[in-house]
Design a protein around this ligand. Structure first.
Ligand code: ADP
Ligand code: MG
Length: 646
């Protein structure tokens, strides 16, 4: 083997460049960070051909002293730290003194800078690492860094560049991250002389979010905030309906630096558990502020990853902040029919007098013809009585809602003497607000139940044996009966499991059930977990398991099939998921299996019961799989679509 030699500076820098400069976007990131560190209030970024031809960043920051210009492009030379102790006090974006030297070694770089008070600026050119002479030049206070022909002397790297638009996409992403981290920084991005972003300074991150991600997303963001002894977390969580198929719309900033952190990403996912469908990722813009001593940013050349002293407590903080916030946030999905999509062909303008006549005519006709086959308004004696029973006692024990029967707190309570709500709710033609005492009803209604806090239900009907359509103060709500029931069941089960109080029904004679060998092993291995869910299983030998007990509230479920699915999940969960994860997915599964199905005709009292339970759960808006349970069509939206507004 040959003898050891120290590498030439140029080679060292090229090696470092391999780590720091992956593509033009990385150059933009490093240069923008330098402008931020120089306390610039404005940056202009000019890009030509995706940054392969030119990257020029001009700022109005503090500038570089002429004597320091050549040091600026020398590796491990920095104005930001002095000693190793400073590594744990870093408040700037840069501190390694590596970026400019690296970039200069693989491009044709030009630095022009002028400090306040200096008569003129100074310019330094570096060509593939070869530093040229320092020259005076005219320029405003601040720094202009120009990078041409990136990778001109590293052909392999150049070959790995993607299309111009892809590379520009990466640049734009880096620009976005800095712009979000520093909203007070006025920032301009041009590509091939075309303006892409022109961002005025602002105090509100949300202004920038609106510009980058659109008003639809920005207007529905949920503000979150929390403070512990060591950390402040604030920012915006996306509405569940704004989920994405990747994590790309998750922005996490630590002390103004965009970072990626698996643990915190996981916490974010956990916070949205049950609100999003599998394979969907929440949108979030979160800002974490903590003392620099509590984090090591020096573990990655581009500082994209950091190491927290107490990652666990940050995990808990993020999770609980979001979870707590979601309890009070309005997560309901509101249907907004895209403009231009008409529900019906636009009506020609109608003479108002003629329209009124038509309405009166129609009302008169409806009154006569419908009255013949609609039940009378006054209610028969017995129906009132049967209604009273529902109000004071649990629903029939064998009914599909016997979860309510088991837990008194979840019974359907309806005011004594109230209208039997599945009977036709009286509606007066022409009256905007139907009152219960006058005129004939046109459809089954629910006067007493509630579709959620603050929105009393006036009408309810089941359509296609699948959806409940409910009239509320705000408009109409369409509820997916299965999704809602599933959610209700899930919450009941979860509460019970947390309290350790799932009622278990013992079987008089244990029932033998057959499974595959893998499933049998999985069930028996997880006996204690199953017992928390109310299932008692015992070994019988071979591929048979004895079912000794089942959760009382799932009396109607097909336990053999349910356990087969549970066993499947347990067996498939290869890489040791946490008990909590397993438990949670089993709860989802049980809730889904036990819930009323789409296509099942519901009795009026069953609809009632389901709706009445709706407000008892924290998030009635999504089933545990994340599908929405309800869609709201607001009165305004209806009016807008039918041309009654404006
Ligand atoms: P680092 O940012 O880690 O210090 P760089 O190689 O990015 O390393 O920059 C080297 C030095 O050049 C910085 O420490 C800073 O003093 C100076 N510098 C670079 N860009 C600018 C700028 N836009 N404005 C003022 N000074 C700058
Ligand atoms: Mg730097």
């Amino acid at each position: 083997m040959s003898r050891i030699q120290a590498l030439e500076t140029l080679v060292v820098n090229k090696i470092a460049a391999g780590e720091v400069v992956e593509r033009p976007g990385s150059v933009v990131k490093e240069l923008l960070e330098n402008s931020v560190d120089a306390l610039a209030s404005r940056v202009e970024v000019d890009i030509v051909e995706g940054g392969t031809e030119l990257i020029r960043i001009a700022d109005d920051g503090e500038g570089i002293h002429p004597d320091d210009l050549s040091l600026a492009v020398t590796s491990h030379a920095t104005s930001k730290i002095r000693g190793s102790d400073d590594l744990f006090r870093v408040r700037t974006m840069g501190f390694r003194g590596e970026a400019l030297a690296s970039i200069a070694s693989i491009s044709r770089l030009k630095l022009r800078s002028r400090q306040a008070g200096a008569e003129h600026g100074s310019e330094l050119a570096v060509d593939g690492g070869q530093i040229g002479p320092l020259q005076p030049c005219g320029c405003p206070v601040g720094t202009v860094t120009e990078v041409r022909s990136l990778f001109f002397n590293t052909p392999v790297r150049r070959k790995f560049l993607r299309s111009i638009s892809t590379e520009f996409g990466h640049i734009s992403e880096q620009f976005t991250r800095i712009a979000l981290a520093c909203p007070r920084l006025a920032a301009v991005l041009r590509h091939n002389e075309r303006m892409v972003y022109e961002l005025p300074p602002t105090d509100q991150v949300v202004d920038r979010l609106r510009l980058f991600f659109g008003s639809d997303l920005a207007d529905r963001l949920i503000w979150v905030e929390s403070q512990t002894d060591s950390a402040r977390l604030w920012g915006y969580a996306g509405h569940p309906s704004e989920s994405r198929s990747t994590r790309k719309c998750q922005y996490l900033f630590l002390n103004g630096r965009f970072i990626q952190d698996r643990s915190l990403q996981h916490a974010l996912g956990e916070a949205y558990r049950g609100l999003l469908m599998t394979g969907r990722y929440p949108v979030a813009f979160l800002f974490l502020e903590l003392s620099p001593e509590l984090v090591d940013v020096n573990i990655h050349p581009t500082k994209a990853e950091v190491r927290f002293r107490d990652a666990q407590s940050l995990y808990r903080q993020l999770l609980s902040t979001l979870r707590t916030r979601f309890l009070t946030a309005d997560l309901e999905s509101t249907v907004s029919i895209p403009a231009g999509l008409q529900l019906a062909p636009q009506r020609p303008a109608v003479d108002p007098k003629r329209q009124l006549d038509l309405q009166l005519e129609l009302a008169a006709w409806a009154k006569d013809s419908l009255a013949q086959w609609l039940p009378p308004v006054s209610l028969p004696e017995d129906s009132t009585r049967s209604f009273g029973q529902i109000g004071t006692e649990p629903l029939s024990a064998d009914g599909i809602f016997n979860s309510a029967a088991t837990y008194p707190g979840l019974q359907t309570h309806i005011e004594p003497g109230a209208q039997p709500t599945w009977f036709p709710a009286p509606v007066e033609f022409g009256a905007a607000d139907a009152s219960p005492s006058d005129a004939e009803g046109i459809m089954p209604g629910a006067g007493g139940a509630s579709a959620g806090p603050g929105s009393p239900v006036r009408q309810i009907m089941q359509v296609h044996d699948c959806y409940l359509v409910v009239e509320t103060d705000e408009g109409i709500t369409v509820i997916d009966q299965h999704a809602l029931h599933e959610r209700v069941m899930y919450e009941h089960l979860r509460c019970r499991v947390i309290e350790g109080a799932v009622e278990s029904q013992k079987m008089l004679v244990p029932q033998p059930l057959e499974f595959g060998p893998r499933e049998v092993a999985a069930l028996l291995e997880n006996k204690d977990l199953l017992s928390r869910l109310g299932y008692g299983v015992d070994e019988f030998g071979g591929t048979t398991v004895l079912l000794a007990a089942y959760p009382a509230m799932l009396a109607q479920a097909d336990h053999s099939r349910l356990l087969a699915d549970i066993a499947d999940q347990l067996a498939a969960a290869g890489q040791k998921p946490s008990r909590r994860d397993i438990l949670d997915s089993l709860l989802h599964l049980m809730a889904c299996k036990a819930a009323v199905k789409a296509g099942q005709r519901l009795k009026p009292e069953e609809m009632e019961s389901l709706l009445a339970q709706r407000h008892l759960i924290d998030d009635a808006h999504h089933c545990p799989h994340g599908r929405p349970t309800a869609l709201v069509l607001t009165r305004t939206e209806l009016d807008r679509q039918f041309g009654r507004l404006g």
